[in-house]
Design a protein around this ligand. Structure first.
Ligand SMILES: Nc1ncnc2c1ncn2[C@@H]1O[C@H](COP(=O)(O)OP(=O)(O)OP(=O)(O)O)[C@@H](O)[C@H]1O
Length: 321
């Protein structure tokens, strides 16, 4: 199948006091049309940096980005700002954790979706019908009335639906959802995830979900990439990763899920936090939290290996785990 998004050897460094902080290192992956791919990892592992880089929203002069981010064969990192604006507006959409940050409080929600529409040669009335249809597609109850509500008159879940409707108005081929349900209660979270799943069917949109929540990965993703300290440590089909996690870090994460506790390794807790990697780093970034670490883990940086078809792991010791 063709590839929608291809990331190759992506490396992102922030200039910080004391040197450069390696936020993302040597990340490579492919996302196919209509696929739901999840980046999973703890806070500080580089998930947001990666998604902002795809949208080319890391404008800080203290950031250096190298590698390739290809969208349908075009390297986004070499596009002009004007060309990138078109990709951002029409091909790739993004929703964030807190929709209130993205919605304008002084305009009615429907007006904001209307403004986002890029339909050519349609009457005002047809455009408003499209807004209504989008509200219905994202299952906003009493859609006609809700189009007239201001963002602060809506619940968090409803605001997130408006954001999704706004993104869909551009008919993007890829939707990036950065912790889309973190601010929501469990019931609303389930509804938003269901909406995302049905929209993939209806609109054919591929979705890149960024999350620290294993439940979300299990619920909606086809494939998952597990991030640790800026690097992908394991990647594969969701079922494979949940049933047969190989990397010690992934095993530790799975251990947190009671229903998987029988299948996974010996780590019951992972001590410590994700390290901030400043300057050149040799060795495995998980080494100081890993109970299986040996000398080679400190002296050589592991690389991704394909263990079975489509299941990649970056660990010197995966064969004994
Ligand atoms: N503008 C910046 N300048 C310097 N360092 C940064 C900057 N933005 C992020 N970082 C650092 O880069 C690393 C990755 O951060 P990032 O926000 O991408 O992680 P994350 O996994 O999305 O975490 P969270 O879920 O907490 O947002 C962290 O160590 C963070 O402190």
């Amino acid at each position: 199948m063709e590839t929608l998004l291809k990331i190759k050897n992506l490396k992102i460094d922030y200039a910080v006091r004391g040197g450069t902080l390696s936020a993302v290192n040597n990340v490579s992956l492919d996302i196919k049309p209509k696929e739901i791919f999840a980046f999973l990892g703890e806070s500080g592992c580089g998930k947001s940096t990666l998604s902002l880089a795809i949208m080319r929203l890391l404008m800080d002069r203290n950031t250096s980005v190298s590698g390739e981010i290809e969208f349908k064969g075009t390297n986004l990192l070499t596009l002009s700002n004007h060309e990138m604006n078109r990709v951002r507006g029409r091909k790739i959409g993004m929703i964030f954790q807190n929709p209130l940050d993205s919605l304008n409080p002084v305009y009615r929600s429907g007006t904001q979706v209307y403004e986002a529409l890029t339909l050519d040669n349609v009457t005002r009335q047809q455009a408003w019908s499209k807004v209504l249809q989008l509200y219905q597609d994202v299952k906003i109850p009493d859609a006609e009335r809700r189009m007239k509500s201001f963002p602060n008159e809506m619940s968090g879940g409803m605001r997130q639906r408006v954001m999704i409707a706004m993104m869909l108005s551009r008919n993007p081929e890829l939707l990036i959802a950065d912790e889309p349900t973190t601010a929501l209660d469990v019931t609303t979270e389930a509804q938003i995830l269901n909406i995302m799943l049905s929209l993939r069917e209806q609109y054919g949109t591929a979705i890149l979900v960024i999350t620290h929540n294993l439940g979300i990965v299990a619920e909606i993703a086809d494939r998952v990439g597990v991030m640790y300290a800026g690097e992908l440590v394991e990647m594969g089909d969701v079922n494979t990763i949940f049933e047969n996690p190989l990397h010690p870090y992934t095993k530790a994460l799975m251990r947190a899920l009671p229903r998987h506790s029988k299948n996974v390794g010996r780590i019951s807790t992972i001590e410590g936090t994700v390290p901030r990697i400043i300057g050149e780093y040799i060795g495995c970034r998980f080494e100081n939290r890993c109970p299986f670490a040996i000398d080679i883990c400190r002296s050589k940086t592991p690389t991704m290996r394909e263990i079975t078809t489509g299941h990649f792991v970056s660990c010197h010791r995966e064969e004994i785990l």
